[in-house]
Write a protein that binds this ligand. Structure first.
Ligand SMILES: [Zn+2]
Length: 293
């Protein structure tokens, strides 16, 4: 019995991303393909997204080009593969405010947005710093922060303080302070709706980029490795990685790094006409697969 269909939808990728940017300390290990994705949760009467990518215009386009991202496709095209339009989306959970996760907010006119209070407040503080601190703004579009504040003005921002159980039915939010960003959060889906669930999925945001961060670089060396880019504590990243694994009862395949290109090999998937991956983690009761006929 699954409440939600769960899809990781690739909307762009970088075919030659430096591995050292993904796995801490992986110097001189060349490049990897990095997926840029968001997650769609199709429920009975809600259409939820976890992160919303970015609209490839203005400063986001500059960042897109700076990071060497290719084949960006618009929301109607990517979501259309699962029969969804942007205006159908009722709720958006933002894991953190980097441009490739929060940049697309304005494209979802009917959604409420869930973001950690600490994340928004700290970005406003970082924006106020001297330009010598611009490293901290490396993956942030200031206009996204303004848009989030404006959502509060419109009554569409749900500002989350710390852990929040059942933020949406069967979905819990957990903070990861001082990790990849100041107020990142990860998402736990209890897909059978039970408090002590036997069907947990953990969406890791950028607390993990790849399986390597979670499962180590080889079966013989399965120690956690922090992501290659963190604005906070590497120690906290390792601790929250362990916390996520424990919430998944030790099953690392249930902890999902959305930048991981190899998810397509681990779960049912297909390639869209545009050359982007559609990865199906779960099919909700009474719903149809969008991956197999
Ligand atoms: Zn990020």
């Amino acid at each position: 019995m699954s409440d939600y269909s769960i899809y990781v939808l690739e909307y762009a990728y970088s075919s030659q991303f430096p591995k050292s940017g993904v796995v801490y300390g992986a110097h001189n290990q060349g490049t990897i393909k990095l997926s840029y994705s968001y997650v769609l949760l199709k429920g009975r009467d809600r259409m939820i997204m976890v992160d919303v990518g970015y609209d490839n215009v203005d400063y986001a386009k500059e960042l897109n080009d700076r990071f060497g991202v290719e084949n960006w496709q618009d929301y109607a095209v990517v979501l259309g593969e699962c029969g969804v339009r942007p205006e159908d989306v009722t709720d958006i959970i933002i894991t953190h405010a980097h441009f490739d996760h929060m940049g697309g907010l304005a494209r979802f006119p009917n959604a409420k947005v869930y973001l950690q209070e600490e994340e928004l407040a700290k970005w406003i503080w970082i924006m106020s710093l001297d330009e010598k601190f611009q490293f901290l703004m490396g993956a942030t579009d200031p206009s996204d922060i303004i848009k989030a504040v404006d959502l509060a003005r419109q009554g569409r921002l749900i500002s989350i303080r710390g852990a929040c159980e059942n933020a949406l039915p069967g979905i819990d939010l957990h903070p990861a302070y001082d990790t990849h960003t100041a107020g990142s959060q990860y998402v736990v889906i209890r897909n059978d709706g039970k408090a002590a669930s036997d069907d947990v999925w953990v969406l890791a945001g950028d607390l993990l980029y790849q399986f390597d961060n979670l499962e180590g670089q080889s079966p013989e060396d399965s120690a956690y490795i922090p992501v290659g880019l963190a604005y906070g504590s590497q120690t906290n990243l390792l601790l929250v990685t362990d916390e996520m694994v424990k919430r998944a009862e030790g099953d690392t395949t249930r902890v999902i790094p959305i930048h991981e290109e190899r998810l397509k090999d681990r779960f049912p998937s297909r390639l869209s006409e545009k050359g982007l991956q559609i990865i199906e983690l779960a099919v909700g009761d009474g719903q149809q697969s969008h991956v197999s006929a």
